[in-house]
Write a protein that binds this ligand. Structure first.
Ligand code: NAP
Length: 248
């Protein structure tokens, strides 16, 4: 029997990248999957098919995670389809890098809204459901730079640090209701987001990693599966670094 048998998981921004890997791993552990993305295009439909091939019931909803009302509407649709939501993974994220002196308000607002406000939007929408169920696991996909900061990523680092504070606060507010909230902080993970980097930037990152390689989305998904499952039934308010030792 899979670790997530009988559970319903909602993952934001999961058409591709790390979110998709989390959805695939959760489905392979027996969960039914609801995922959102900005648009349900061919890439998202391909993800939906792959999840269904694993035996999961799947609902894909077009929703801008940065929009409060759209996020609540998405959760209502998902609840109508599944009748419950056991796991929420706040994964949708973007970068708009630049040194602080050159960063404009648009870059700041976009990253804070898509990465951090989105997590508030979905947590706000699912917590009444999880409170009725008296159980739930919330996982915020933060980042190593949310713990340590990074040159050129003041907006992104602030949004990811915010996701950690958010998870810890929710863990304290809702622990007595059986709801756990944790954050994971991936380090350098090979995805489309990192594909924008030059070879020089890549080797600079790798030299800082004790394991001397980037991680895979599947390696992030495995830790999320642990946090989502009953294996982590007494784990809340934590930040787990998935970074090959980079942040120790
Ligand atoms: P990615 O490949 O760019 O995937 C991000 C996903 O989020 C895409 O499917 C994207 O949709 C979706 N998305 C963007 N804005 C959205 C919005 N407003 N509403 C709904 N969905 C939206 O990135 P990734 O590398 O998989 O990253 C996933 C998460 O992990 C992010 O939160 C990121 O910050 C975090 N993370 C990544 C790394 C890394 O090294 N890659 C390290 C630490 C943390 P579209 O396809 O429509 O753009």
């Amino acid at each position: 029997m899979g670790l997530l048998e009988g559970k319903v998981a909602l993952i934001t921004g999961a058409a591709r990248g790390i979110g998709k890997s989390i959805a695939i791993k959760f489905a392979s552990e027996g969960a039914d999957i609801a995922f959102t993305d900005l648009v349900i295009d061919d890439i998202a439909l391909q993800t939906k098919n792959e999840l269904e091939d694993l035996g999961a019931k799947v609902v894909a909803v077009a929703s801008n995670a940065a929009d409060f009302n759209e996020s609540h509407d998405a959760v209502t649709k998902i609840l109508d389809s599944f009748g419950k939501i056991d796991i929420l993974v706040n994964n949708a994220g973007i970068t708009k890098d630049g040194l602080i002196m050159r960063m404009n308000e648009t870059q700041w607002d976009a990253v804070l809204t898509v990465n951090l406000k989105s997590a508030f939007n979905f947590i706000h929408a699912v917590t009444p459901i999880m409170m009725r169920q008296r159980s739930g696991s919330i996982i915020n996909i933060s980042s190593i730079v949310g713990v340590h900061g990074n040159v050129g990523q003041a907006n992104y680092s602030a949004s990811k640090a915010g996701m950690i504070g958010l998870a810890k606060s929710v863990a304290q507010e809702l622990g007595s209701r059986g709801i756990r909230a944790n954050a994971v902080a991936p380090g350098f993970i090979i995805t489309d987001m990192t594909a924008k980097m030059t070879p020089e930037m890549l080797s600079q990152w790798e030299s800082k990693i004790p394991m001397r390689r980037g991680g895979t989305p599947e390696e992030v998904a495995k830790v999320c599966t642990f946090l989502a499952s009953d294996l982590a039934s007494y784990v809340t308010g934590q930040v787990i670094l998935i970074d090959g030792g980079m942040g120790m």
